[in-house]
Ligand binder design. Structure first.
Ligand code: G6P
Length: 593
């Protein structure tokens, strides 16, 4: 969702901030803006639309040493120029950008800001005016910022500039990531580390309820009791090249191709010869529990179904998958000794974090399985496991899904203590994905046949049904074709009424036990006019099948069959001319509930 970049130093702030914002585009946004300090004045440029458009309207001849920028994913108020950040206080002294949501903004407006004029519908504008309000009471800016943020309920990463002191950027963080990096030519602040690459050597990821300010060469951080806090910087070991598309047309295609090497990397990370390298505390935590609750959103939730399968089959522990956004506001029956496992690519998903806090407050242990060791969830959880997928830039998640499934398979094996052929089977799965990637032209041809569809259905049973859920999500996310996944047995209880002449129905058949029944269900749809398409595992394939998935261990079939569906979604979206990496309305990191 929203992205923040700030820069103060000897380089040109406009270039640094705009290229940083461009690197945060993957998070999803609909407006962009920048404030630049020039000659003790603050110039603001902002509008609805992409960063490229902002670059055009911010066509300034001056150079600036201080700038703050923002990409906005609309929450309070439609995407338009007035609601875009930066926002400015009534006396035009304080200018700020904000990620997050201020839950008590209406109350604060009524309590303090009755005499203030508001130009936008945002919750953010009240923060600028609240700082002005407290500054007008005689507080210095640091104190005014502290007093204002102490009043805020909700989440925020904030960058504030004071027109009367343009040698500083004030910063504040609660529940939304904010990273400060130092380099030879100044200090860069951003929502994640990507904009720091190439500019900074060291960085610090701020803790919740931290505020302070940076100059071009100093960082001062304080807690909310106004006590200066010491901190250690970490070394930034990423180069700006790590975030390029390479020879691929899109990040999504690059990330799909990275999947075999991610599987191999996970084998290296988690296996020491045949022994699994996972801390005994984590294994014991799961062994001690009587039920595993898996909590996640989106693609990570669909990966959780495979985790449930592994924990039940291998460890004999009952497991249940929960949608994080539902679990926040419900109170399921929690019996005996539960363990909560959270799957999240970003580790920043607001709903999952809210559930984690809720159940950690009740004293239940948590294991976060994420792609970011520095994320809020990784830091908050009792234990953390890394999925080592490398930064995922395309909004539609691909490699994180298979990496999450692989880590859960390894974890379940470790907990079960069973002798394992998993390592070998994972290597075979990596080879099978490579074979699919070699044959991707066949998938492109299938894409041409379905590109005009208005509706499409994936069907399968058991493990294959769970892959159908992810496959349908992928296709709808980037092709905008209405796609649903059905457990094939359920079709005749209602959904089959949706089958019309020519509606594509894709069956995934990788499991011996359900292959023939899924095929029968597909024939039922074909008899009602559906266009039938089959993706089948080689060992159970038939001559008329549309794509043959190389044989792999049945329990690893999802990480292979899903690749066919990822590529299908990718090709349909490109054939339609859609913005594959940045689909409309979607955000990569969903930091609001
Ligand atoms: C967003 C992304 C999805 C992702 C979901 C959960 O909706 O667009 O790709 O699956 O959030 O994100 P997480 O980072 O928790 O896995």
């Amino acid at each position: 969702m929203c992205g923040i970049v700030g820069y103060i130093g000897s380089k040109d702030a406009k270039d640094t901030v705009l290229s940083g914002l461009q690197q945060l585009e993957y998070r999803g946004y609909d407006s962009a803006g920048i404030a630049l300090v020039h000659d003790h004045e603050i110039k603001i440029y902002k509008d609805q639309g992409r960063v490229d458009h902002l670059r055009e309207i911010c066509n300034v001849s001056f150079s600036s040493n201080l700038g703050i920028g923002h990409t906005r994913w609309a929450t309070h108020g439609i995407p338009n120029k007035l609601n875009s950040h930066p926002h400015i206080s009534n006396n035009e002294r304080f200018v700020l950008v904000h990620n997050g949501v201020i839950e008590n903004y209406k109350k604060l407006k009524l309590t303090y800001l009755n005499d203030y004029k508001f130009y936008s519908e945002t919750d953010t504008e009240i923060i600028a005016n609240l700082i002005e309000y407290f500054s007008n009471q005689g507080k210095d800016t640091r104190d005014a910022v502290l007093t204002a943020i102490s009043e805020l309920e909700g989440s925020y990463a904030l960058l504030v500039i004071d027109k009367k002191d343009t040698n500083k950027i004030y910063i504040a963080k609660n529940k939304t990531p904010l990273i400060v990096g130092t380099g030879e030519s100044g200090i860069t602040i951003a929502s994640d580390v990507i904009p720091l690459a190439g500019h900074c050597k060291n960085y610090i990821s701020l803790e919740d309820k931290t505020f302070g300010y940076v100059t071009s060469d100093e960082i001062h951080l304080f807690n909310y009791f106004n006590k200066e806090i010491s901190f250690d910087m970490k070394q930034l070991d990423i180069s700006s090249n790590a975030f390029g598309k390479g020879d691929y047309d899109h990040f999504m295609l690059k990330e799909i191709h990275e999947q075999p090497s991610i599987i191999r990397h996970l084998v290296q990370e988690y296996f020491d010869k045949e022994k699994i390298n996972i801390s005994t505390e984590i294994i014991q935590c799961i062994k001690n529990c009587t039920k595993i609750n898996l909590v996640a959103c989106g693609t990570s939730m669909y990966a959780s179904y495979m985790a449930k399968y592994y924990f039940e089959k291998l460890c004999n522990i009952p497991s249940e998958v929960f949608v994080a956004s539902e679990l926040v506001y419900s109170s399921p029956l929690i019996l005996d000794k539960p363990c909560f496992i959270y799957l999240s690519q970003s580790g920043e998903t607001a709903d999952s974090i809210a559930v984690m806090k809720k159940f950690m407050d009740k004293g239940f242990p948590s294991i976060a399985i994420t792609n970011s060791v520095n994320s809020t969830m990784a830091n908050l959880a009792t234990y953390h496991l890394n999925i080592f997928a490398g930064k995922e830039i395309a909004v539609a998640s691909t490699k994180a899904y298979i990496a999450q499934i692989v880590v859960c398979a390894i974890l379940a094996k470790a907990v079960s203590g069973q002798k394992t052929n998993l390592k070998n089977n994972l290597s075979k799965a990596a080879l099978a994905i490579e074979k699919i990637l070699e044959d991707k032209i066949l998938i492109k041809n299938i894409a041409k046949e379905i590109v005009k569809a208005n509706d499409l259905f994936y069907i399968g049973r058991g493990i294959d049904y769970w892959v159908c859920l992810e496959a349908a999500l992928k296709l709808k996310e980037i092709s905008y074709i209405h796609t649903e996944a059905f457990s094939s047995g359920e079709l005749k209880h209602g959904s089959i009424a949706l089958i019309d002449q020519g509606v594509p129905v894709i069956a995934i058949c990788t499991q011996e036990g359900t292959n023939s029944i899924v095929r029968s269900n597909l024939i039922e749809t074909k008899s009602r006019g559906a266009k039938d398409i089959v993706f089948a595992m080689e060992s159970m394939s038939e001559a008329s099948d549309d794509f043959i998935i190389p044989n792999v261990a049945h329990y690893l079939a999802p990480i292979v069959s899903v690749v066919v569906c990822q590529l299908l979604a990718y090709y349909v979206a490109t054939l339609k001319g859609n913005d594959v990496d940045k689909p409309k309305n979607l955000a990569k990191s969903v930091t609001v509930e």
